[in-house]
Design a protein around this ligand. Structure first.
Ligand code: F6R
Length: 264
């Protein structure tokens, strides 16, 4: 696990965009897993900007949405399908057939979730999974108590998550109580995981996820088990990390390391 501390939110998004761009240059048919919420908005803006200036072509990129509210149609502005379309897809040249999403209205929930897992496998797995972090430690909608080996499935949202997301709905009672989400086991199979967090209100949970015990009580702590998980944080989100100075030090030293590996 790598902790990358950046001065502010903009730099967090720029770092994630640079990692994606670098990966795309090596593998044009990159498979991305995409989160919604406030945190990745700046990253999506940066991806759109680098697409518009001709640095990245999305025509071969494949995407998978991380989660979806149960009960909402794709055309509902509160659905995650709508969010990804509004904040990313309609601004880039991704092919509609390369966009994969969990349906908010599947006719058979279990089969839909199994088919989603099969689809991920059929394209060779997810190369880069983008994650935000819930204040209760959730990743995707894997709420506290989710099995660390869980697969894509139906989940009940916690009251806390319903409240946190209520501002996007007219009334709290309109917030769906259920969702479909990739499981923690599904997420852990991604080759690279980028968890983005920004702001003081994430500082406590960032510290618990990165430095606390691995526990289903804090789903994001499962990322400690992943060989290629990067937490990209701004100063505020990193402020309660015990080993903050060490993480900074290792980042500063990275340049020296490249002098050992640079090809002649
Ligand atoms: C979104 C998702 C959630 C959010 C998390 C943080 O697809 O699965 O886990 O990433 O709730 O949300 P924000 O970024 O709004 O603080």
């Amino acid at each position: 696990m790598e902790i990358i501390i950046k001065p502010d939110y903009d730099a967090v998004c720029a770092e994630a965009a640079t990692i994606i761009l670098r990966a795309w240059k090596k593998k044009n048919n990159l498979v991305l897993g995409l989160a919604t919420g406030k945190t990745p908005l700046g990253l999506y803006e940066k991806l759109i900007a680098i697409h518009k200036n001709g640095e990245i072509d999305f025509s071969t990129v494949i995407t998978f949405g991380l989660d979806e509210y149960l009960g909402l149609e794709e055309t509902n502005p509160q659905s995650f399908a709508f969010y990804l379309d509004r904040h990313l897809y309609r601004h880039i040249n991704i092919r509609p057939e390369n966009i994969h999403r969990l349906s908010g209205r599947p006719s058979d929930i279990d089969e839909h979730c199994r088919a989603y897992e099969r689809k991920i496998r059929s394209v060779g797995g997810i190369d880069i999974q983008i994650l935000g972090l819930g204040r209760n430690g959730h990743i995707g909608f894997n709420e506290p108590g989710s099995s660390l080996t869980s697969r894509t499935r139906l989940k009940s949202l916690t009251q806390e998550t319903v409240k946190a997301n209520a501002s996007l709905f007219e009334d709290e009672k309109d917030v769906p109580r259920f969702c479909l989400t990739m499981g923690i086991g599904t997420i852990l199979e991604s080759r690279l995981i980028l968890l983005l967090a920004s702001g003081e209100d994430k500082a406590d949970i960032v510290a618990r996820a990165a430095e606390g015990p691995v526990t289903a009580f804090v789903p994001a702590s499962a990322l400690q088990l992943h060989p290629q998980a990067k937490f990209i944080l701004d100063e505020e989100a990193a402020s309660r990390l015990a080993l903050k100075d060490y993480y900074r030090w290792t980042q500063e030293n990275k340049e020296r390391l490249s002098s050992f590996t640079r090809k002649e």
